[in-house]
Design a protein around this ligand. Structure first.
Ligand code: COA
Length: 347
């Protein structure tokens, strides 16, 4: 039976470290508030003009490709997850294909926010299992620092997010019990507006979650001075509602992956939860009865890097020797959409 295995992994975070105290220059916040509610101590911000979502992805991908023992020209498919693309369109997949001088291969962009990487991994896994491709590059990359409201008005969101990228190379394996055992994807669009960036968009307030602008010229429905003045071009989040749903869906989707493979929580060698909030991860750990060495968190140093958080945490845990051959690794994510997902793999 053909399965996918991760044969190379890489991560990249910008050099610029931004502490909680640094954020006090822009907004009314405190190190105590941020650490107590989220566990975050610091995050990285990309160089304003020198780094983009794609360039960070290239850094992470180069390491993953080298560790897989191949070259960019060997990659035969790209799956790129981000919510902060360089352009509204085209997506970052083609920009990465160009930057890495790859062949004229397929490049797919995934829009599943915090669950983006696990969704991307699942898509790539299907192409490997069917024998369609042999070297797939799966990426999560985000440059959040460009799209946040740094005034006090946006503080409940802007303190949480950070920049960075993670990438893996997936290859087929016929080794018994090795590689990705299963993936599980879910959504509930009832929560679409609870964590969202409405503008620019084509909604024209159709869904009724927005100030009425029926009489506005079309151009101003997409992006207007009024939207910018009212900070309506920034993400919106009802934090407590996200928290409540996340602490239910995270354990649920992890248990789903375990029971699909007739395994228990105690069998997990390492859980890599999407780094949404340290308090959410701690709640999930407690609910599943996992010990500290079974869960890896690094949100303290990178904040929430959305689609990049799972591959960054996976890479860092592996680099620190916390993931070894034969380990049962569970990846799990929850976020905007709502979407949530898990992947269970034997390293
Ligand atoms: N610094 C200081 N005070 C802040 C603040 C900040 N950065 N952000 C919000 N506050 C204030 C609020 O204005 C509010 O003040 P008030 O009581 O005077 O009105 C108070 O803190 C509590 O706000 P609230 O939003 O209820 O806080 P919370 O306890 O729910 O914590 C989150 C906010 C965002 C940390 C929390 O809801 C959360 O983590 N939710 C999940 C978010 C998440 O994981 N998102 C990513 C999805 S993958």
């Amino acid at each position: 039976m053909l399965r996918s295995k991760i044969s190379g992994i890489g991560m990249y975070v910008p050099k610029n470290i931004v502490t909680n105290n640094d954020l006090k220059k822009y907004m009314d916040t405190s190190d105590e508030w941020i650490q107590e509610r989220t566990g975050i101590i610091e995050r990285r911000y990309a160089d304003r003009t020198g780094e983009t979502t794609t360039t960070m992805a290239v850094e992470a991908a180069s390491i993953a490709i080298e560790r897989a023992g191949i070259t960019p020209q060997d990659i035969d498919f790209i799956v790129f997850a981000t919510l902060s693309p360089d352009y509204y369109f085209p997506g970052c997949g083609v920009l990465l294909q160009r930057a890495m001088k790859m062949k004229e291969i397929g490049a797919l962009d995934i829009r599943n926010q915090c669950s983006g990487f696990v969704y991307a991994l699942s898509v790539a896994d299907q192409f490997i299992r069917t024998g369609t491709y042999k070297n797939i590059l799966v990426i999560g990359s985000e440059k959040h620092s460009f799209g946040l409201d740094f005034s006090t008005r946006g503080r409940n969101i802007s303190v949480i997010f950070g920049d960075g990228a993670g990438a893996v190379v997936l290859q087929p394996t016929e080794e018994e019990g090795r590689g990705i055992l299963s993936t599980h994807l879910h959504s509930d669009g009832e929560g679409a507006e609870i964590l969202a960036m409405y503008n620019p968009g084509t909604h024209a307030n159709h869904w009724g979650h927005y100030a009425d602008f029926k009489d506005a010229p079309i151009a101003e429905m997409f992006m207007s001075h009024e939207m910018i003045d009212n900070a309506q071009n920034f993400p919106f989040m009802d934090g407590p509602s996200v928290f409540k749903k996340a602490v239910v869906k995270f354990p649920e989707v992890i248990m789903e992956s375990l029971s699909a493979n007739k395994l228990n929580a105690s069998d997990i060698s390492m859980l890599i939860p999407h780094q949404a909030n340290l308090r959410i991860a701690q709640f999930v750990q407690q609910k599943l009865g996992l010990r500290d060495h079974q869960v890896y968190n690094n949100i303290q140093h990178y904040g929430n890097t959305t689609a990049a958080s799972v591959p960054i945490a996976l890479c860092e845990a592996w680099e620190k020797g916390k993931i070894k051959e034969g380990d049962l690794v569970c990846l799990a994510a929850f976020g905007s959409g709502f979407t949530w997902a898990s992947a269970l793999l034997r390293w």
